[in-house]
Design a protein around this ligand. Structure first.
Ligand code: C2E
Ligand code: CA
Ligand code: CA
Length: 404
């Protein structure tokens, strides 16, 4: 096992450029400063010999066109590689664990195997479990996202919304998208909300960020409409904005001469923050509702509200938090709460959205629960706005395969 992982390089070996790029982003976010990648076994072996700083971790696909993964592992061994290895592959679990055993038999330090598509959380959890994660202080975003840089990025229009589709459970039709903020930073790669939001919140930048985002959303919607797509778009709004009495008017001003277009917007407010003060934002919420903007309670299940508290608020939709949805699989207590929540929300006429549906099993469970809509990696990951029309066109055929 490598000590001080942050002082070593990581090498990503995968023949798919997209996978190499995604893994590089994830690893850099986790605090690995030097990430090399190789598109073939030959390139990997060549790089390994000369890498500076030396490679301490290899993320290796088992299926490579030139040399198979098993042979590649043997070559690493022959080169005297002493760092760690994580195996990744689209092959079945059994083959993966056999390869893992083989590498261990060669006394290589295999941290584990991860399935494809690569998920940031899975990789982070594995590295954390094996003590192979750089310390939090090494993580790039905390050093990167200073208030000044963030303000500059907002002003320069560098922040952009990515969009994740929402699907109707019964018809499987796309009912809308959620806009999620991203900063494609020229020098550092993609920066995600977990690094942006805390800095924005602590420095009074949330409002500016939200408005910059909505402007982009309005432009993108116009573009989608040109290709015949009328999508409702959900945006995340911080509670701080809802205390600003001018918020609804400033929002409407962005729609200029077409105020009726505001009806395509949906505003999501996080439940935990909402419960701090139910009365304060009520004025603003009601006025938004009057402008035909629909309102959604986000991350439901993470706060301490019960639905009777929410009954008197003008919300149309409830989004069950991902942890809650997935946790319900194993925990009968959580499941019971979930069931009664869904039942009550239905009686109140709310639409129920399940977040974080990642697998067919998740889908089956929330379908049985009676959720109306679904969002999650099982359907699609967030993507750039330009990719949405093509994704929707493909979805019409892909969904047939997904649900047979
Ligand atoms: P959220 O509103 O709950 O958004 C859903 C998050 O879960 C997104 O992360 C999305 O990429 C991720 N996700 C979606 N499906 C799955 C799945 O199947 N499995 C897993 N593990 N994750 C899934 P993201 O984009 O990193 O955003 C994180 C949070 O940051 C959001 O959580 C939201 O609270 C906040 N956020 C994002 N954009 C904005 C924004 O423009 N304004 C504000 N105020 N908050 C934002
Ligand atoms: Ca949300
Ligand atoms: Ca959520």
């Amino acid at each position: 096992m490598v000590k001080n992982p942050q002082d070593h390089a990581v090498m990503v070996v995968d023949d798919e450029a997209f996978v190499r790029k995604a893994a590089t982003f994830v690893l850099q976010r986790l605090g690995f400063e030097h990430v090399f990648s190789a598109e073939s076994a030959v390139a990997a072996l060549a790089q390994l010999a000369v890498a500076e700083p030396p490679v301490g971790l290899i993320l290796c696909d088992l299926r490579m066109p030139d040399v198979d993964g098993v042979e590649l592992i043997r070559r690493f061994d022959e080169l005297g590689y002493q760092g760690d290895i994580i195996l990744s592959s689209g092959v079945d679990d059994r083959t993966l664990s056999m390869a893992e055993n083989l590498a261990r038999a060669r006394k290589l330090s295999v941290l584990g195997a991860i399935s494809k598509p690569l998920r940031a959380e899975e990789l982070e959890a594995l590295l954390a479990k094996r003590g192979a994660l750089p310390p939090k202080s090494a993580r790039a975003p905390s050093r990167l996202v200073t208030p000044e840089r963030l303000r500059g990025a907002i002003d320069a229009g560098e922040l952009e919304p990515w969009y994740q589709p929402k699907i109707d459970v019964r018809s499987k039709a796309v009912v809308g998208v959620e806009a999620l903020i991203r900063w494609p930073c020229k020098t550092e790669g993609m920066i995600f909300p977990d690094a942006l939001i805390p800095v924005a919140e602590a420095n009074g930048l949330m409002d500016a960020m939200t408005f910059a985002l909505v402007e982009r959303v309005i432009d993108m919607s116009a573009h989608w409409r040109e290709s015949g797509l009328n999508l409702s778009v959900a945006i995340n709004v911080s509670m701080d904005s809802l205390y600003e009495l001018t918020f609804p008017d400033r929002l409407m001003a962005l729609f200029g001469a077409e105020p009726n277009l505001a009806a395509m917007l949906q505003i999501e407010v996080t439940e935990s923050r909402l419960m701090d003060d139910l009365v304060g934002p009520l004025d603003v919420l009601l006025r938004l509702r009057l402008k035909k903007i629909s309102l959604s309670i986000d991350d439901f299940g993470t706060g301490h509200s019960n639905l009777s508290q929410l009954r008197d608020l003008p919300f149309d939709e409830l989004k069950l938090d991902r942890s809650y949805v997935q946790g319900a699989a194993h925990n009968p207590k959580a499941r019971a709460i979930l069931e009664s929540t869904v039942e009550l929300a239905k009686k109140l006429g709310m639409t129920i959205v399940a977040e974080g549906v990642e697998t067919r099993e998740d889908w089956a469970r929330i379908e049985q629960l009676g959720c109306d809509q679904v969002q999650g990696y099982f359907i699609a990951r967030p993507m750039a706005g330009d990719d949405i029309p093509e994704w929707i066109a493909d979805w019409k055929t892909r969904r047939l395969a997904l649900f047979t």
